[in-house]
Design a protein around this ligand. Structure first.
Ligand code: XMP
Length: 310
């Protein structure tokens, strides 16, 4: 694929489709939504409104980092703080699929509100080829936000969906992201699930528990950085384990560290993380997060395990 040509072609197509109308883009900071937000901005300038829904389940400084990257590219991003709404929806839920459902419904409510509030006639969506294949196969349910918030894109309010990346697979999207000037921190970004850190907290998702796993995630990402794994993260278990803190026994939290190598996330192998890095992760997590008393490294491939814990 010639990325330059692809970019020029898509800019032309978006321009032609959207015309003088307004469009809205749901930016998550992932490579897909980032690439298509830049394409749309290049095509229609300030008629494209980028919305970043801050669900309170992101990694450390993620909303700030993403808005800074886009502002450096001359693209203003509107951040919608919806922490309370997401935590309220997730309260008391232990079941993994119930968590996803609560997340999804809250996302559509919050984003749907923004779409309706804006004067946008078009929604720029970072759907890629794998999303369409997985939706058809019943693996994913994210595809087509408008339909899921109860707006029929054909009849409804006259909104139309623009999907500039829908023929591409992930590696090609990364090339396009690089071509449009996004930094390496975006085009090489590890996959991060839509429901964010809610998928990495076993048991109830509370602000306190998310905060623990967020700190541990930062440490894991920093330590494995030289290895450039496909995906690496921390998980907070629902159970606890005894540790010793200043001579006292304490029943602290348990963090699992997961790092995997994969091509397409359909199958995965555990990363062979060198011992020194594992020890450093363990020392830093227990040293920097007093609520944690134990750290374990997980070595199950996919299958039989999935990559995430829920
Ligand atoms: P699993 O855990 O199923 O994950 O092996 C495969 C890939 O998909 C990501 N993942 C999700 N992405 N919403 C998403 O947008 C989800 O609910 C979800 N669950 C898993 C996961 O991070 C991995 O890259």
């Amino acid at each position: 694929m010639d990325e330059k040509m692809f970019v020029e072609e898509k800019i032309g197509e978006i321009k032609e489709t959207v015309g003088q109308n307004k469009a809205i883009s749901a930016l998550s900071g992932g490579v897909d939504s980032s690439a298509c937000t830049v394409l749309a901005h290049r095509a229609i300038g300030s008629n494209m409104m980028a919305i970043f829904i801050d669900d309170g389940l992101m990694r450390e400084d993620e909303p700030e980092d993403v808005t800074k990257i886009f502002s450096d590219l001359g693209i203003q991003v509107e951040v919608v703080n919806a922490h309370d709404e997401f935590f309220a929806a997730l309260k008391g839920i232990f079941d993994p699929e119930e968590k996803r459902k609560a997340f999804r419904e809250t996302f559509y409510t919050v984003f749907g509100r923004e779409v309706l509030r804006s004067e946008a006639k078009y929604l720029i969506q970072g759907t890629i080829a794998a999303d369409i294949i997985e939706t058809k196969g019943g693996v994913k349910t994210q595809h087509n936000i408008l339909e899921q918030i109860g707006i029929d894109p054909e009849k409804g309010f006259g909104f139309k969906v623009v999907e500039p990346l829908k023929e591409l697979f992930k590696p090609q999207v990364r090339e396009v992201a690089r071509e449009v000037g996004l930094p390496e921190s975006i085009y090489r970004r590890m996959p991060f699930p839509g429901p964010g850190l809610a998928t990495r907290v076993i048991g109830e998702v509370t602000p306190e528990r998310v905060s623990l796993v967020r700190k541990a995630t930062r440490i894991v990402e920093e330590e494995v950085e030289p290895l450039k794994p496909f995906q690496a993260f921390a998980v907070l278990l629902g159970d606890r384990g005894t540790g010793i803190d200043e001579g006292q026994r304490k029943f602290g939290n348990i963090i699992i560290v997961r790092s995997v190598e994969s091509k397409d996330a359909m199958t995965a192998e555990p990363t062979e993380v060198p011992w020194e890095i594992l020890m450093s992760i363990s020392k830093r997590i227990t040293g920097e997060i007093p609520e944690v008393s134990r750290v374990a490294y997980e070595i199950t491939p996919k299958p039989p395990a999935t990559i995430e814990y829920i």
